[in-house]
Design a protein around this ligand. Structure first.
Ligand code: GLU
Length: 278
């Protein structure tokens, strides 16, 4: 009898362990955590932003702060969601690391030049678009390549970044070219400048940022895709997702959005200011 009782006890203990382990893994994966509720409690939203992308999110080595349109928009949206004392915390992401960092709960949201695509929307929830970019190419001034078609020959090398959809898109528009993928945009630009490729491809806004710093390089041929940027949150975080969409509307309606567009883009040659305003 004693033996039976202790066996039942053991089975019961094991059952409790299994159930509690299951609960733990659920909360650590973020499935059951209400991120908006936690953010309200800590009065902080943790954003994943680029730190290698001038105009959108670029690390300023002078004060170790990331600066750009997306950083400012994230700050404005944080205040809409948490109130005027709400804090925005920024974590650097690259095109490759942004989705895993969100999935692991290291960041609450991605605002990092990320195009809303049906593929990505299977893994994350996107807000409506907060910026409409398009893919283009950057070449050295005087280059014989005048547009994406000029890259469609054997021997052409196009530079891009791992984890961006630009490296996939370019295969459709210049299928004969070889695509060399670097780990981030500063490395891709260094590769272009050292002659490792004929052109660098990504969104026009990002390329404009590079050409400001490097006047010997220009964006040519116009855009050949549509790249609407969305803010990504983890699946199952409806309250945060809704709060993001509402905050975006408020920032747009208050005129703050247009002020930020002006601040970051008004003296960018070739940038369509009117087209970007909301
Ligand atoms: N918007 C494109 C993308 O989401 C290119 C920019 C980037 O690498 O973030 O992949």
């Amino acid at each position: 009898m004693k033996k039976i009782l202790s066996k039942i006890g053991l089975v019961f203990a094991l059952l409790i362990m299994v159930v509690s382990l299951g609960a733990c893994s659920q909360s650590s994966s973020g499935a059951k955590r209400d991120v908006l509720k936690d953010d309200k409690q800590s009065n902080t939203i943790t954003w994943g932003v680029k730190a290698d992308t001038k105009l959108f999110g670029l690390m300023d080595v002078k004060d170790n702060r990331i600066k750009g349109f997306e950083v400012d928009l994230a700050k404005a949206m944080t205040k809409q969601i948490l109130g005027k004392n709400g804090k925005a915390r920024f974590i650097q992401v690259t095109s490759q690391t942004r989705m895993p960092l969100l999935a692991n709960g290291n960041i609450d949201a991605i605002m990092a030049t990320m195009t809303i695509t049906p593929e990505r929307a299977k893994q994350v929830d996107f807000t409506r678009s907060y910026f409409d970019a398009g893919q283009a190419i950057l070449v050295k001034n005087g280059s014989p390549i005048k547009n994406v078609k000029g890259l469609n020959h054997k021997g052409a090398v196009v530079l891009g970044v791992v984890g961006s959809n630009s490296v996939q898109n370019i295969k459709k528009f210049a299928p004969k070219a070889r695509v060399l993928q670097l780990s981030d945009y500063s490395q891709a630009l260094t590769a272009l400048k050292s002659g490792q490729g004929d052109a660098l491809t990504t969104d026009n806004g990002i390329l404009y940022g590079m050409s400001i710093e490097n006047p010997g390089y220009s964006v040519v041929g116009g855009t050949f895709t549509k790249e609407p940027y969305g803010i990504a949150t983890a699946k199952g975080q409806k309250p945060l997702h809704n709060a993001m969409n509402n905050a975006l509307t408020k920032v747009e309606n208050s005129g703050q959005y247009n002020k930020l567009i002006y601040k970051w883009f008004h003296n960018v040659r070739g940038f369509d200011m009117k087209g970007a305003e909301r």
